[in-house]
Design a protein around this ligand. Sequence first.
Ligand SMILES: Cc1cc2nc3c(=O)[nH]c(=O)nc-3n(C[C@H](O)[C@H](O)[C@H](O)COP(=O)(O)O)c2cc1C
Length: 444
Amino acid sequence: MIEERPLFIPEQNIVLEHNGDIDPEVLEDYSKIEGFTALNHVLTEMTPPEVIDQVSRSGLRGRGGAGYPTGLKWQTVAKAPGTPKYIICNGDEGDPGAFMDRNVMEAYPFKVLEGMTIAAYAIGASQGFLYVRAEYPLAVQRLKNAIRQMEKHNLLGKNIAGTPFSFDVDVRLGAGAFVCGEETALIASIEGRRGNPRPRPPYPAERGLFGCPTLINNVETFANIAPLLRKGAEWFASIGTEKSKGTKVFALSGRIARAGLIEVPMGTTLREIVFDIGGGIPDGKAFKAVQTGGPSGGCIPSDYLDMPVDYESLLKLGSFMGSGGMIVMDETSCMVDVARYFMEFCMSESCGKCVPCRVGTAQMYQLLTKIVNGDATLNDLALLESLCDLVRNTSLCGLGQGAPNPVLSTLRYFRDEYIAHIVDKRCPAGVCPVHKREHQEVNA
Ligand SMILES: Cc1cc2nc3c(=O)[nH]c(=O)nc-3n(C[C@H](O)[C@H](O)[C@H](O)COP(=O)(O)O)c2cc1C
């Protein structure tokens, strides 16, 4: 019998186009697949406002987390008074389960740099920085190699391609602190200061690196720019959903048959991603949830497998697009344990500058530990919920503001598991310390 559903739904590659076809260390290979045609066209045929107009009309939104409209951000920096202007590519990627930007930087260094150079022309910047975590040595090596080769071919540096436009790019290494992915902390880190966030406004678009207007975009955002300008805003806007255009690269991991990187049109359903592309759950186990959005995200249960994945739908479900990590869980995952894992991550990665995040994440982690140990009461659960509210609303940056999300979303969809740990002193998935205790007591 012929299966009605195809094994693989067609992925659509914009960022990962020509996947594996070229040597990422050879500029001529990139040129053969239309590399730099967008840059040459932009520099010789388009004005900066025309470039910004194309990016705005495409509907491209930032791929680093919040989905801010890219064209609007470019326009704000272009219009901001003050010189010089800077460009930063955010390649910090610290979410557990995320490896999209790493792959894009390793496999498409020229494409990321082409996007940055086009952006620099559009907003009037002459210096850019690529901020990459030091744990990505291959990405760093390939980006540095690409910069050298582009300089040799007059695609970076003075009077690019014989035009009046000049632009230089340097690589800066992050030391692997999650908070350094937050834009104001990242800027402080490039300036040689401790990577702590600061309140916004002012936003980096107005006062960023060294107090100057700064455009900061994610790796994947920049990697979309050359294809978008080659094929046009209308083409890009024809892909995806009404408010989320183009494709998204996801890193599929966890309890899934085919883990790895995928790129799908926005609006593809979770079911298509997990079952058609990812091959479903191995070992005959049942799907339980998919975690999106990293430590600021949430766990989406099976009831919503047919939901189209885009910025709005994920928010409605109490999760978050984030940078594109997707961790699949099966019936052997305990959702309280998952929430505790992400809270431990946020607690360890909190920079400590603001009290709600520094103290609040530690308090929430302690309460979650009490729950998994079987030592908590319903009062502890009420306290956990009120702390979620407080930390979310009073933290200085997105790390603290998002830290309660894994708890809130697991409480929303898997409250019965919390109750089982607290009231019945039982872990339904059989993974928490309370489960071992229960078994010792039965065997005693
Ligand atoms: C704690 C924290 C970590 C972040 N980490 C990253 C990151 O690793 N990469 C990234 O692009 N954006 C990260 N962001 C979002 C950035 O602050 C910023 O919004 C983004 O780089 C803007 O680029 P975009 O508009 O292209 O998405 C992080 C935000 C927070 C609050």
